[in-house]
Design a protein around this ligand. Sequence first.
Ligand code: COA
Ligand code: MG
Length: 291
Amino acid sequence: MALQNEHFARRSLLFMPGDSMKKIQKAAGWEVDSVILDLEDGVAQKRKVEARTTVSEALQTLDFGGRERLVRLNHVSTGLPPAEIEATAARRPDGYIIPKAEEAADLHAIDRLLEAAELRLGLEAGALRLFAMIETALGVMNLQEIARATPRLEGLIFGAEDLAGDIGAVRTPAAWEVFYARSAVVTAAAAYNLQAFDMVFTDFHDDAGLEAESRFARQLGYTGKTCIHPNQTPIVNRAFSPSPAELDHAQRLIEAFETQQAAGAGAFTFNGKMVDMPMLVAARKVLERAT
Ligand code: COA
Ligand code: MG
């Protein structure tokens, strides 16, 4: 089975308004895996063009080190993406994010624009990565067609705030109102070999709340989480990295499994609990995350 980890490993992805050079500068040297230069809802309607110029300039002039540089586009229906890609692709971001993806056609439209940009710039086909945000009811209903719309797609990002607005849910700290969609996104990602990134936690002063929400996301199968404030990324990075105790447990479980298999047992007792193949697969995933 091909694993999600063939792709760049992302635990934290930090959003910032594309019209704020100050915030982009800060993110470029920050403890974060992916930097998301936003052209969509983080930017006021009247500053869309300015944001595009700032993002292009930031990509050209700042050193982001090993951090991934992603640009979040506006939705295809706004008519803005062609100019947004035109203004930024030559500055070589690592990829683009489609907000409010609702059907395969949304991805096909951007895929075609990226294909044309690659051709124009002499880049390898598929060099520009693609991510889709699932944050509307229709996006959740059409997860399958979105997830397999194009081989360029590397991951799905779950957006709880827009979804809550769309379905008429009231956001609560426990987040049960978006649980169905949150779980559906991570399941679709696993089915189609994509990475899955959890929703933002808007209360950026509540570190304990962020940690608990990150831990739960990881338990659901998410491998990373989107952030809105720099203070959140160290917490998220830690939550999505296996602890020494988890690594040790996984290592010992794999060794015990191999010994038991050699002795002819498929299921056996480990630390007082039944272990068989699914736990071996899970333990291997824990070790993969550490590398
Ligand atoms: N990325 C990079 N740097 C950020 C940042 C972000 N998302 N949010 C804050 N910072 C910087 C600030 O510029 C400030 O830098 P300084 O210490 O060099 O002056 C520092 O971190 C502390 O910021 P703070 O004063 O606590 O927050 P703020 O009032 O400046 O900003 C928000 C609060 C919510 C407006 C801001 O965090 C933000 O813009 N978040 C992202 C919004 C967004 O992109 N939304 C769309 C996607 S959901
Ligand atoms: Mg949104």
